[in-house]
Design a protein around this ligand. Structure first.
Ligand SMILES: Cc1ncc(C[n+]2csc(CCOP(=O)(O)OP(=O)(O)O)c2C)c(N)n1
Ligand SMILES: [Mg+2]
Length: 324
């Protein structure tokens, strides 16, 4: 297949998926122990989408993601310690501890942020693509967004503009079959969201979102097209949300058989199967163990990091010391 990842890239993507999963599992445990604040949107089972897509980008490219973006952050090469520090509001976090888990950004890596506003990353990346085109840069912008976000008006406007002006943007639709508690069938008249690409004059392709190599290859091809000035592409990566919408989800609305079927197609297990012959069991186990140990260490450091210092603006001085 064209643009197929090399063995090195596949091994690296495996490491990044295991890293992401270890972060998600630990966050789930800490939520159960009452050690987190606010909801956390886990991406277990969807790691191949964020990691495969971002690993195909060049160092100078841009990416935006959603409220469920830990796989995109890790895939883009952000440090687990600083991601975790941001989630726990520490001064060492990517946004100084003021953004939180949905809003991690690092401009130095072209990571233009997650977003708590559903769909908002789509026009942000499209705008970056317009600026790339106007400035004559050789960069590409990518936006990873959900099936729920695909139903917003701004998604239509951004795709229409991108198709019309042949902007260097890749629309990576992470179709995990649910928007909050609403299944795909309750969100849109078509089950084939990729068909919309035709209406915007861009190619559309469907890919197995649990196959990291397939996501990488599809993203690499779309990135190539965009860089050559041939315009945008819509990629629909089909995957499934195996955990609840967020840590505060009461659940009970997803078919347990369907969840079990998707859990059996775990992207990390599929990636391991594909690598076992080439790497051997020992090396594969070492890559996984090292990734998990690095995440443990990252949690230890991040949780020991200081909270940000808040200085009161002069106008707030009368409130110093809290409520009276
Ligand atoms: C503009 C806007 N509308 C509604 C919400 C509430 N909301 C948060 S996430 C979500 C569902 C998003 O579904 P999808 O885009 O498929 O992402 P997923 O959670 O499946 O990753 C909704 C409706 C919001 N945050 N922003
Ligand atoms: Mg969804």
């Amino acid at each position: 297949m064209r643009n197929e990842p090399s063995l090195d890239t596949r091994a690296e993507m495996h490491r990044l998926m295991v890293t992401t999963r270890a972060i998600e599992i630990r966050l789930g445990e800490m939520f159960r122990d009452g050690q987190t604040r606010g909801p956390i949107h886990r991406c277990d089972g969807q790691e191949a989408v964020g990691v495969g897509a971002t690993q195909a980008l060049g160092d100078e490219d841009y990416v935006t993601t959603t409220h469920r973006g830990h796989h995109v952050y890790v895939g883009r090469g952000l440090e687990p310690r600083r991601i975790i520090a941001e989630i726990f509001g520490r001064a060492t976090g990517y946004c100084g501890g003021r953004g939180g888990h949905m809003l991690v950004g690092d401009a130095s890596r072209g990571m233009l942020g997650g977003n708590a506003i559903v769909g908002a990353g789509i026009p942000a990346a499209t705008g970056m693509a317009l600026s790339i085109k106007v400035r004559g840069d050789n960069r590409v912008a990518m936006t990873v967004f959900g099936d729920g976000a695909a139903q917003t008006g701004i998604c239509h406007e951004a795709m229409n503009m991108a198709g019309l002006w042949k902007l260097p943007v890749v629309f990576l639709l992470e179709n995990n079959r649910y928007g909050l508690t609403v299944p795909q069938s309750g969100q849109s008249a078509t089950d084939h969201l990729v068909d919309r690409a035709t209406g915007y004059g861009m190619p559309g392709t469907v890919v197995d979102g649990n196959d990291v190599g397939a996501v990488y290859a599809a993203a690499a091809e779309a990135i190539d097209r965009a860089r050559k000035g041939e315009g945008p592409t819509l990629i629909e990566a089909r995957t499934y949300r195996v955990e609840g919408f967020s840590t505060s989800d009461m659940g009970g609305y997803q078919d347990p058989d369907e969840v079990a079927r998707w859990r059996a197609r775990d992207p990390i297990a599929l990636s391991a199967e594909g690598l076992r012959d080439a790497l051997g069991d020992n090396l594969l186990a070492r890559i996984e163990a090292d990734a998990r140990a690095a995440v443990d260490e990252a949690f230890k450091q991040a949780l020991a990091d200081p909270l940000p210092e808040f200085t009161l603006h002069a106008a707030s001085a009368p409130y110093a010391g809290g409520p009276r």
